[in-house]
Design a protein. Structure first.
Length: 59
């Protein structure tokens, strides 16, 4: 087993407006802020319309 202590860097809170496309807005934000890698430790939201794919193997 290996482990390492993490030091938190920049943190952001995002709010999307009604009708915003999630992927488009998030991609634009990351480009604007120079973010190349990130994690989303918590996600809370609602969607008007969503398409989900569930699988236990690659598509």
């Amino acid at each position: 087993m290996r482990h390492t202590e993490l030091t938190m860097g920049r943190a952001f809170a995002l709010t999307f407006d009604d009708g915003d496309d999630f992927v488009t807005e998030l991609t634009g934000f990351c480009t604007e802020m120079g973010i190349r890698q990130a994690i989303i430790p918590m996600f809370l939201g609602g969607f008007r319309r969503v398409g989900l794919v569930g699988t236990s193997s690659p598509i």
